[in-house]
Design a protein around this ligand. Sequence first.
Ligand SMILES: C[S@@+](CC[C@H](N)C(=O)[O-])C[C@H]1O[C@@H](n2cnc3c(N)ncnc32)[C@H](O)[C@@H]1O
Length: 241
Amino acid sequence: MPEPRTFRDEPVSFVRRSGRMSEAQDRAFTDLAPHYLLDVPRAVAWTSVHPEARLDVAAEYGRDAALIVEIGSGQGHAIVAAAASRPDDDFLAVEVFRAGLARTMLDADREGAKNLRVIEANAPEVLSSYLPEAAAAETWIFFPDPWHKKKHTKRRLVRPGFADNAARALVDGGLLRLATDWEDYALQMREVLDAEPLFERAFEGEWAERFDGRVMTAFERKGIAKGRDIRDLVYRRRPRP
Ligand SMILES: C[S@@+](CC[C@H](N)C(=O)[O-])C[C@H]1O[C@@H](n2cnc3c(N)ncnc32)[C@H](O)[C@@H]1O
């Protein structure tokens, strides 16, 4: 479904996909949503976040623990695997793709991963206002939509201005982990983040090692099948003065 007309200042990095939800996916939104899905006050559009809404992280998860946020979590493979194997940490999946969120909730439920929440919202708005300042220990962005046609690159998630939002949500010393199979997007990520004084590189050489917490997804497999190199990057949030 097309995103309804909005009055956002910035182009969004997604096109909302329609498609029928299966019975199980519908059930996820009725039966599992009370535990997993954050109920977000909206502003201009369904995927927006009201600028005054704030997540009370400790109240939501019922404890104080490190929070890992994944942006564009897709079907949720990476974040469900992480949440299931790291019960002492908390996880937040940010996605606009409803069927993906349903899959994430179903898999989390099957794995018994209670330390995960999902939010159906435009990620930059989650980072810039919904999460309290310094709420996240890590933010992950794996295989963001490449928008590889020249006239579309302005829709890329990691573009000038993004780093400021990402830095706001991270704790001092927190990590921003990224991966992509598009060389020119990898170069853009590196250029944007190298230029951002709030971040410093947390890797030596050209690119970071493959993050071993990243599970293989269909997007990575497709990139490899097409002969593209996979590039990881990791940046550390500099301490606040
Ligand atoms: C190419 S997929 C990759 C999914 C997953 N990270 C993986 O590796 O399998 C990119 C995902 O990002 C989501 N996305 C794009 N822009 C977004 C935004 N502004 N806020 C939240 N999710 C977004 C899309 O809906 C899509 O599911």
